[in-house]
Design a protein around this ligand. Structure first.
Ligand code: ZN
Length: 100
């Protein structure tokens, strides 16, 4: 069961700030165009930042608040991934989005 603890929320905010500063790429598609300033609840914006877990929380709940398990992702990529386990080749983009 996923539990949203205050500690996790703080870790997530820290991770987001760090990724924004580094302009970290989405680990799922490899694109460096994550919309960091977008609000997390801007649900129509698939480019907004989401914290993804390398090992899904559904299978590794003990790693939910482990920063080593955190990855930066697009909300859209994260949703597409669902709870699939990490696998080689996941970072190869199937589509190239060009934004101006
Ligand atoms: Zn992506």
């Amino acid at each position: 069961m996923r539990v949203q603890t205050r500690a996790f929320n703080e870790l997530r905010a820290e991770f987001r700030a760090q990724c924004a500063e580094e302009d970290a790429a989405c680990w799922l598609c490899g694109q460096r165009n994550i919309d960091y300033p977008a609000p997390f609840d801007d649900y129509s914006n698939d480019d907004r930042f989401q914290l993804d877990h390398y090992w899904p929380v559904s299978t590794h709940p003990e790693l939910q608040a482990d920063p080593a398990n955190f990855r930066a992702s697009h909300a859209g990529c994260n949703r597409e991934r669902g709870n699939k386990p990490p696998r080689p080749g996941l970072g190869i983009p199937s589509q190239v989005w060009v934004r101006v």
